[in-house]
Ligand binder design. Structure first.
Ligand SMILES: *Cc1c(COP(=O)(O)O)cnc(C)c1O
Length: 374
């Protein structure tokens, strides 16, 4: 089969290989059959291995949903009665976590920092010291809206110093930037199959500390469908997901994991870094500027400032590129107009070079100044 190859530079879903695409085409199967349960057991263990977790201490729990389901699950399931959540917030995805706290009416502190700066660890520590009822600290590893990388190991150490657990939204770093769950002081991290794993939408998962999940059995139940203990317990007892799993996505994810191990953690990260550097090179050549200081960037997302040019029209440039097989994506910063180019997916630097040829052609077609005006 000949499937058109699109280069996705949006922050997920990402470009997939043909072998992962084809892995979805399987004979019909009822996911309650033992054969399918066996597949999920291996998958769950692999998801723990990716973050170098000890399989005795850590486990993974699968959910059918987009990545946001993981944030919802972790926050609503892991907060004991009478305690508080601290969200270390410097971007759109941590703001989403704050909104989840608001929706469930869970006591929380929204500790805000500028979107283009890393959180001030002294302020984080002071907040923990002044609020001994904080039982859960949450932050985002790579704020995908801007591409800033947060110092999770340091924030995790502070959380543990003040007896709180640490949950991290690693949706846009997992299986890309190497993570070591234990050394990085993470109790729970999370991702979706369509991002770093380069598979499809519909499967999300939380990787975390088994003992803490077991302890959460008696915590307030705030959701039926999105409860971590209930899903974990069902898996442990039956090997199955409580409700219907995304069957085809699971087949594709198992193939994607084979390809992940074949490529290797270091080689994969080196490839994403090559792509990221090629994005910067292309932007530099055309005079475009990015929002976040280079040394604070996660190496996966570049947030580009709109040029100060009357002819600049993001949608026109987008459509021009889209028609030629390249997808670029709007930004997510309320105060600055930006667009994003991301280094996710089964792509390499030659794809980025091909993209910049098309992007430059778009600029010339619409009389947008080169170098870009600011
Ligand atoms: C993609 C992403 C999510 C999940 O978003 P969905 O639209 O629900 O898939 C969550 N957190 C981060 C940091 C992300 O990049």
């Amino acid at each position: 089969m000949n499937i058109k190859r699109n280069i996705l530079l949006n922050p997920g879903p990402s470009t997939t290989t043909d072998t992962v695409k084809m892995a979805q085409i399987v004979p019909d199967i009822c996911p309650r059959e033992q054969e399918f349960g066996g597949l999920m057991k291996g998958l769950r263990e692999d998801l723990v291995r990716i973050v170098h977790g000890d399989l005795e201490k850590y486990t993974s729990v699968l959910f059918c949903g987009s990545g946001t389901i993981n944030i919802d699950v972790c926050l609503n399931s892991l907060l004991p009665e009478g305690k508080k959540i601290l969200v270390v917030n410097n971007g759109a995805y941590s703001t989403r976590a704050v909104e989840i706290c608001e929706f469930y009416g869970m006591p929380h502190i929204d500790l805000q920092f500028p979107v283009d700066e890393q959180p001030d660890l002294e302020v984080v520590e002071k907040t923990l010291k002044e609020n001994p009822d904080i039982a859960l600290v949450h932050t985002t590893h790579n704020e995908t809206g801007t591409g800033i990388l947060n110092p999770i190991r340091e924030i995790g150490a502070l959380a543990h110093k003040y007896n709180a657990i640490f949950t991290v939204d690693t949706t846009s770093t997992y299986a890309m930037r190497p993570i070591n769950i234990e050394k990085d002081n993470i109790d729970f991290c999370m991702a979706s199959a369509q991002k770093g794993l380069m598979a499809f939408t519909g499967l999300s998962f939380v990787v975390g500390n088994r003992a803490i999940i077991e302890k959460s059995k008696d915590y307030p139940k705030r959701s039926y469908y999105c409860n971590l203990f209930l899903q974990y317990d069902y898996f442990e007892r039956t090997g199955e997901m409580h409700f219907t799993p995304p069957v085809q996505t699971i087949y594709a994810t198992i193939q994607a994991l084979k390809e992940y191990w074949a490529e290797g953690e270091e080689a994969k990260w080196a490839r994403h870094t090559r792509v990221f550097n090629a994005i910067h090179e292309g932007l530099d050549k055309l005079g475009f500027k990015d929002v976040i200081k280079r040394e604070l960037q996660s190496g996966l997302v570049v947030s580009v400032i709109y040029p100060d040019d009357a002819n600049w029209d993001f949608m026109k440039v987008h459509d021009f590129c889209y028609e030629r097989g390249f997808t670029i994506y709007p930004g997510k910063i309320s105060t600055t107009n930006t667009f994003r180019l991301c280094a996710l997916g089964a792509i390499d630097e030659d794809d980025i070079q091909a993209f910049f040829k098309v992007f430059e052609e778009a600029l010339r077609t619409y009389n947008i100044a080169i170098p870009a005006k600011y």
